[in-house]
Design a protein around this ligand. Structure first.
Ligand code: FES
Length: 577
């Protein structure tokens, strides 16, 4: 068999900018020289974009300036010409109402910056939740060789000798404070110790989940997603990414060669074995839509049921990402579910997934459980359906009080988050531990941006009685670091008239996780009357990006992508005249 054809320099996209003999090429070359580069630095070399989501407003990416230099070192070593380009930085901590409002904007920016510039290949530097899908969606639509460099998780948090996990322990200790069990001084100490280094949340939140999914998809180098951000191995990874992307350009290995339906199934299966974030559902469905792969909520649920839960990481387990790395990391975990994966999928490394897993081991079975003794018989996520969620809803059933997996109770309805904040701690609120808390207007359009409000706070008076979990239902998302019996992503959302909009105080809601059911026990005739009386709320934005977003965003079950960005229609190359 003859070896695959390698791309010639004259076939590179950048050759249209730098390799011709016309006035425009003269301008392009002279401006590269303006940057201080000699012809030897850039002529005849693949141009590699280093898309950097560094920003001082993104606390998880504070090491990215250094890492970008390390990527560039690798690009130079391999004979490429690196150009670092800043792109929208979606920092989970500060952006309101939610960076999810802007994930598709980052995807658009990524696609267009790659399309309009002389780029042959790209290293995508992301990590904080929405940056991962945003960058990958844009690169997939542009379909130039792309390699994802994850930011890596931060170090373990620490307080008075106790290990602290991002998000999970913030929720936990804030609840203790609301219950009157923790003083201000202790809370300040926790604030000092919970985020000790650069890097993403070190629990199995959305960032850890999506970085793992990117690796399982084959879009990162093997082992990349588990390396802590400040480990020197992370610097070496960055340089290896720089070297590898140059090779990928010559091999013409593009995202859609990697992102097959089987690759997405690998990502879902891996996510389930990890007890990953519910946000993975929305993002992976959106990403599959860009790649032309088949993935829907049914498939998610089927894969979840067939995958044992093995990663003992908070919020569903005990340990943190640093422990996971020392225990063997994602390759160790994937070796344990090898029989459930499509091992012949090609990865960005140029090797098959099976080859990437060869030699991987587990070093600590307390962190990565053996198949014979899984932490749970099935994956961490269930897809629910019923008359309250005709297009589906999700729940992370590994991170909830098992007693509530089958539960019926009367609804206590909050029409939006302001209403919730106003009334949740009202001593007169008619609520018991059996009530089902319902939040409306928190979906993709209603939120807007489907904020992570799905872990509704529990009423203070119930906290004081020792209640720590209740069934909650909303069209919002939930942070991957959160926990509780929270039914999320109810579709269609209440803002567009989904049945969630019709729920009233006292209606009985039935949750049955084993049967995957979410039902509103109100008869059809009554629901019909309520629907006839329902009026759509005013749109949250009259102009600007928010108005564009509201017009084009799809519902949670189809990934909340923009309708005009979905699909695989080719992206035309720009004219150069
Ligand atoms: Fe950035 Fe959690 S806030 S990953």
């Amino acid at each position: 068999m003859s070896p695959p054809r390698r791309k010639a320099v004259a076939d590179l996209r950048s050759h249209r900018w730098f390799g011709r003999d016309d006035l425009r090429t003269f301008g392009h070359r002279s401006r590269a020289k303006q940057l201080g580069y000699a012809a030897e630095d850039f002529l005849g070399k693949p141009v590699i974009a280093v898309l950097n989501t560094w920003s001082e407003a993104n606390t998880c990416h504070s090491h990215f300036r250094t890492r970008a230099e390390e990527v560039k070192r690798g690009v130079w070593q391999a004979g490429g010409f690196p150009l670092e380009m800043p792109v929208l930085s979606l920092g989970e901590t500060y952006m309101k109402p939610s960076p999810m409002l802007y994930r598709n904007l980052l995807a658009m920016e990524t696609e267009e910056i790659l399309r309009s510039n002389p780029i042959d290949g790209v290293v995508l530097m992301g990590g904080c939740d929405k940056t991962v899908p945003g960058l990958l969606m844009g690169a997939t639509s542009m379909n130039v060789p792309a390699l994802f460099l994850p930011a890596g998780p931060m170090l373990r948090g620490c307080w008075r000798g106790q290990v602290l996990g991002s998000g999970s322990d913030a929720w936990k200790y804030w609840t203790e404070k609301r219950a009157g069990l923790l003083d201000e001084c202790a809370l300040r100490e926790i604030e000092d110790g919970i985020a000790r280094s650069p890097g993403t949340c070190m629990t199995m939140g959305t960032a850890s989940t999506m970085a793992a999914a990117a690796e399982a998809l084959g879009m990162s180098l093997p082992g990349a997603s588990s390396i802590p951000a400040v480990d020197s191995a992370h610097s070496r990874l960055a340089t290896a990414c720089g070297r590898r992307i140059v090779e990928m350009v010559f091999e013409d290995l593009k995202p859609r060669d990697v992102l097959t339906t089987e690759a997405f199934e690998n990502a879902v299966t891996t996510t389930m074995a990890l007890g990953g974030s519910t946000n993975a559902v929305v993002h992976l469905v959106a990403m599959a839509g860009r790649a032309g792969a088949r993935l829907d909520l049914h498939r998610f649920d089927a894969l979840s049921r067939g995958t044992p839960f093995l990663a003992n990481i908070r919020p569903s387990g005990e340990y943190l990402m640093e422990d996971f790395y020392y225990a063997g990391g994602l390759r160790g975990l994937m070796v344990r579910i090898r029989d459930l994966l499509h091992l012949d999928c090609v990865t960005a490394s140029g090797r098959t997934l099976g080859e990437c897993l060869d030699g991987a081991e587990v070093h600590d079975e307390r962190v990565i459980a053996p198949r014979e003794r899984p932490l749970g018989p099935e994956g961490g996520l269930a897809v629910l359906r019923g008359n309250l969620a005709p297009d589906g809803a999700v729940i992370k059933h590994t991170a909830m009080d098992p007693r509530l997996r089958t539960h019926s109770g009367p609804a206590v309805v909050f029409r939006d988050y302001d209403d919730l904040e106003r009334r949740i701690d009202d001593p007169a609120l008619d609520v018991t531990p059996d009530s089902v808390l319902v939040l409306q207007s928190a979906g993709p359009i209603g939120g807007p941006g489907m904020p992570e409000w799905g872990m509704l706070p529990l009423p203070k008076k119930l906290l004081a009685q020792g209640v720590r979990d209740m069934v909650r239902v909303s069209d919002a998302r939930m942070s991957g670091t959160s926990y509780g019996a929270c039914v999320l992503h109810v579709a269609p959302e209440s803002f567009v008239g989904g049945p969630l909009a019709l729920v009233r105080d006292g209606d009985v809601i039935e949750l049955d996780v084993p049967e995957r059911r979410l039902a509103l026990r109100v008869d059809d005739a009554e629901l019909g009357r309520r629907r006839a009386a329902w009026a759509p709320p005013a749109p949250p934005y009259a102009r600007g990006f928010g108005a564009l977003y509201a017009r084009h965003v799809t519902q949670a079950d189809t990934g909340c992508d923009f309708d005009f960005l979905q699909g695989t229609a080719p992206v035309p190359e720009p004219e150069i005249h």
